[in-house]
Design a protein around this ligand. Structure first.
Ligand code: MTE
Ligand code: MO
Length: 535
């Protein structure tokens, strides 16, 4: 791992300032007096403070999904183990990288070559190139985590439990500071009984996790979605956009980890058994039952995680199918229906654009390439009234559209380029798809990651967007061999893997199930990617 010193400094210095200031105050002025906690009265005990069952349950469910989110999230991160503040992802501009590899500039080195995997002890599933499976775990967990959080917040405000978390006076800051100075100089102050209320620092920390950190994760997740980002033109004015979102999403993860360590430590040192009874069975006493339940709860989470890895190894197709069943309806509802329209300016074009995929090795493509693709014919067939075979010249003679757009790779990197080519709508005017044609399948001269022909399919809806192109031009030059010559697809509301390069043929069909494993694309078939590539 290598982190840019300036960023490390920027991340650590706020904390360092807080620690130093606390010590300065302690050494020069002594420890500040602690806020007075109201005494617990019998009347208070009678009120429904404490920890109702719904808090105990949502707290546990939250932790369960948080662990799954962190483990799958780290594995997703490792598929492009670099984080940037700029949208171009030029090697060398990352603020942190989790790989020893410097990107070589003297030979073809693809984003896929750069992917790493984590040990299955940390990554879910880890162990090999498992981005597709990590994403299923991440999205399904995110769904349930948000659902659980929503129930929690709703009940928080439906009852008076919100008073526990939401500070209602500015004095929370000086009071929390006083507690902090005591803690950090290792003077454990007397604690209020957390069954009734928290100390100010504790309240502030919990408030921050629930109302700042969690929303930050929730809004920075979709910041990585091509369907959303390329729908809104204003998005390009945000500094760094996709990569800032990705970096903050990761920093939020670090926030959960740090919070959890501090939280569990404090729970342990301020009366473990009593605290455990609070949060497991909702009683305020010193019996051991809470501790036992804690152990059982942790074993269950361990079991779920071992099971998740195991299922992912043995039944990856089932994980893919079940993941899709949960997540696809939500993607359809929230993301799939937006027409991409965002365009960038010539000065936004990325100086470097990560290449991806395996270059074609077939003699057929090599011969065509050697001859400048003069003998190339794009075959368009299937459920069309007018099947055609088109030369590049003929394609270029039809109408041409150019656009400057942001590319989103499923691995995490992004890049802006100019693309020029034939709008799919124009091609469809020529070939006239039949009414029962619902899938459009693009076949490549290249191979997939796991061997076999690379292909992917698209919905008719995606084909009708004005930005959907058969591109033969990139950055005002004829499309280069690495980037997909002679033709590659641009579908700007989708992730990169749906944009087939080195296209040999296009088939219109009722569906995609007759091709290879029938999941809709080489990546969907063999590395279990989601067929809805909206995020
Ligand atoms: N034939 C083929 N097309 C492909 C791929 C591939 O492996 N083979 N990779 C896809 C992926 S994952 C991405 S991100 C883009 C990358 O396009 P680029 O190399 O121009 O950056 O191509 C897509 N098209
Ligand atoms: Mo990709």
């Amino acid at each position: 791992m290598r982190i840019r010193l300036s960023t490390l400094f920027a991340l650590i210095s706020p904390l360092a300032v807080l620690v130093l200031a606390a010590y300065a105050q302690w050494l020069m002025a002594g420890r500040p007096p602690l806020p007075a906690y109201p005494a617990v009265t019998p009347q208070m005990m009678a009120e429904p403070h404490g920890f109702p069952t719904w808090i105990c349950v949502t707290h546990y469910v939250n932790f369960l999904f948080l662990i799954l989110l962190i483990r799958s999230g780290l594995q997703i991160l490792m598929d492009h183990p670099r984080l940037y503040w700029n949208v171009h992802c030029t090697p060398g501009t990352e603020w942190v990288r989790f790989t020893p590899v410097e990107v070589p500039r003297d030979r073809l080195y693809t984003a896929k070559d750069d992917a790493r995997y984590l040990t299955p002890w940390i990554g879910l599933p880890g162990g090999r190139h498992t981005l597709g499976l990590s994403r299923h775990w991440h999205f399904v967990s995110a769904l349930f985590w948000v659902l659980n959080g929503t129930v929690f917040i709703a009940l928080l405000f439906a009852t008076d439990q919100w008073r526990r978390l939401v500070p209602t006076s500015w004095s929370i800051f000086p009071d929390a500071w006083a507690v902090w100075v005591n803690y950090i100089t290792f003077h454990l102050p007397p604690e209020p009984d957390g069954f009734y209320f928290y100390n100010p620092l504790q309240q502030l920390a919990y408030f921050g996790v629930v109302f700042v950190l969690a929303p930050l994760s929730i809004i920075t997740g979709p910041a990585m979605s091509p369907a959303l980002v390329n729908r809104f033109s204003w998005y390009r004015h945000l500094p760094g956009n996709r990569q800032v979102g990705r970096s903050l999403h990761f920093l939020a993860l670090c926030g959960y980890v740090l919070f959890t360590i501090a939280h569990v430590t404090m729970v342990a040192v301020t009366g473990f058994a009593r605290n455990m009874n609070h949060i497991t069975i909702g009683t305020d006493d010193g019996r051991m039952i809470g501790v036992y339940l804690f152990i059982v709860g942790m074993l269950v989470i361990l079991g779920v995680n071992v099971g998740a890895n195991w299922v992912s190894w043995l039944y990856p197709r089932a994980v893919q199918m079940i993941g899709g069943t949960f997540v696809n309806p939500i993607l359809h509802l929230l993301l799939s229906r937006h027409a991409p329209c965002a365009e960038y300016l010539p000065e936004d074009i990325s100086p470097f654009f990560w290449p991806n995929g395996k270059m074609p090795t077939s003699e057929e493509w090599k011969t065509l390439a050697a001859n400048g693709f003069r003998d190339y014919r794009l075959k368009v067939y299937g459920l069309v009234a007018n099947p055609v075979e088109l030369s590049l010249e003929q394609i270029a003679a039809m109408s041409k559209k150019t656009q400057i757009t942001l590319h989103h790779c499923i691995q995490g990197w992004s890049g802006i380029a100019e693309w020029g080519g034939l709008p799919m709508t124009e091609l469809m005017k020529l070939v006239r798809p039949k009414p029962n044609a619902r899938a459009v399948i693009f076949y490549s001269f290249g191979e997939g990651e796991a061997g076999g022909q690379y292909y992917d399919s698209q919905t008719m809806a995606n084909m009708l967007y004005p930005q959907t192109l058969l591109a033969y031009e990139m950055n005002y030059q004829p499309l280069g061999d690495v980037h997909g010559a002679p033709l590659r697809l641009r579908v700007e509301n989708q992730l990169g893997f749906k944009m087939v390069k080195w296209i040999s043929a296009i088939e219109f069909a009722e569906d995609y199930r007759h091709v290879q494993a029938g999941m809709g694309g080489a990546q969907e078939d063999h590395v279990f990617f989601d067929s809805l590539a909206d995020i």
